[in-house]
Design a protein around this ligand. Sequence first.
Ligand SMILES: Cc1cc2nc3c(=O)[nH]c(=O)nc-3n(C[C@H](O)[C@H](O)[C@H](O)COP(=O)(O)O)c2cc1C
Length: 192
Amino acid sequence: MPAIPALRDYLLTRRSVGQAFLAEPAPSGEELETLLTIATRVPDHGKLAPWRLVLYSGEARVAAGEALAALAQKKRPDIDAASLEAERRQFLPAPLVVGILSAPRAHPKVPEFEQLISAGNVAFNLVHGAYALGYAAQWVTRWYAFDADAAALLGARPDEKFVGFVHIGTPTAVIEDRPRPDLSQIVSVWQP
Ligand SMILES: Cc1cc2nc3c(=O)[nH]c(=O)nc-3n(C[C@H](O)[C@H](O)[C@H](O)COP(=O)(O)O)c2cc1C
């Protein structure tokens, strides 16, 4: 297997770009197809494909924000105007947001936990795929990933859970690195 120096360097230096710094364009057409193909090429015990992807793009992002704001107001009648506006902008400004749903299947040998991890891999592969195509991305959750009413509104079926939303676009800022874990604190060698 030949080494892939460009991939090594990417993995050693990659940085998420916050959604506030993601602008047009985002992948579309064939490029989007490639991105989604990369995203779903993940470890998947039993070939169950226990995940689904929901795309939010164009004007639908505005509608998603409006719907979230309406729901937030219903749940928190005392919500202030600034918070309401923040809800309206949840799917902005990044031009493409992809929701990743864990959609576990009943299986005698593949526990739900493994299927959930596989969905997490889809989310991170989506991030990597975006960078491979020359874009940037950030994986976020927020309250609407965990609130059943909000999740349903955003496309989750019963028994499905969002593992996150990957915001994708073209970076408008260079993001400084942040501290990374000290390997000596998190790696140990098992000994009998
Ligand atoms: C499941 C999950 C949910 C996350 N949710 C948020 C979030 O809501 N807001 C946020 O700023 N970062 C969130 N992050 C962290 C970012 O994805 C990212 O790791 C962080 O911005 C650091 O960037 P890095 O990828 O360069 O380390 C989340 C990460 C994971 C794995």
